[in-house]
Design a protein around this ligand. Sequence first.
Ligand SMILES: Cc1cc2nc3c(=O)[nH]c(=O)nc-3n(C[C@H](O)[C@H](O)[C@H](O)COP(=O)(O)OP(=O)(O)OC[C@H]3O[C@@H](n4cnc5c(N)ncnc54)[C@H](O)[C@@H]3O)c2cc1C
Ligand code: FES
Length: 259
Amino acid sequence: MRAACCKATVLSHSAPAADIRLLRVLWPDPGHAPHAGQFFTLRSWGVGEGPFLSRPISVHKWEPETLTVSFLYQIVGEGTAKLAALREGDALQLTGPMGNGFDVPDIAARYEKIALVGGGIGTAPLYQLARELAAAGRTPDVFFGFRDEPYCMEQYRGLAGLVKVSTDSGRVGFHGFVTQLYDPADYDVVLICGPTPMMRNAARLCAEKGTPCLVSLEKKMACGIGACLGCTIETASGAKSVCKDGPVFAGTEVFGWQT
Ligand SMILES: Cc1cc2nc3c(=O)[nH]c(=O)nc-3n(C[C@H](O)[C@H](O)[C@H](O)COP(=O)(O)OP(=O)(O)OC[C@H]3O[C@@H](n4cnc5c(N)ncnc54)[C@H](O)[C@@H]3O)c2cc1C
Ligand code: FES
């Protein structure tokens, strides 16, 4: 399905942590409903203003009853700082949904014991994934790692089985890496989103235990529809665009570890 480009209205905008924002908007196009792992590009600034490109942000939560889509994002630069200035009632431009996300019907049909593994703001798309898995009759275990301050964890209660947290600082939860919280051998599949080194390591550990994994990649994007080749990566099956073929890929395809 082709992405739609719509003016969306801000319903609420809150700060779950210091540089983290939760933006809820009204998406006025029920014909273009997103699913887990897909993303929209967001723009709250004029065509002649910087930054030049709209910014890709994953779907954190989709509520079809109210046509509400939520984004959980980290303020890291000019674009996200401009998004952070949005107030209730403001308008922004949304294009999407884009990308090949998690195929939840297939995952739920093939696997019973499912682990969700997230690092930092890479946890953002995993909430919609947990919701869709729960609706499909699966109860995933959740393992999230943060630098110092976890955020948006309470919402997994009732959706997930185990919920475990690690922090680099040791301030909350286990003091260490998120990959030390679970054994891939205990799961039929591991679904991962976070910084590239963390995903590479998590995929390697899965391969060592013979457990398949899917990773949601991040690359800088321009067109978002597979036309500009700006987000091309080499995979085991040739060159692929992260925006159109992904962002979700099999770990073995992008990191080369064999299960
Ligand atoms: C498919 C996809 C989904 C994403 N989902 C989310 C999300 O749910 N929440 C969220 O907070 N962020 C998400 N991102 C990352 C987000 O798009 C960038 O943080 C944002 O574009 C930065 O824009 P900026 O103008 O604020 O910062 P810039 O000034 O453009 O960059 C600031 C810093 O962030 C780095 N950076 C910028 N874009 C990326 C990127 N795509 N990947 C890695 N590093 C980058 C830059 O190299 C620089 O160091 C996603 C990216 C992709 C490709
Ligand atoms: S951003 Fe243009 S091909 Fe992916």
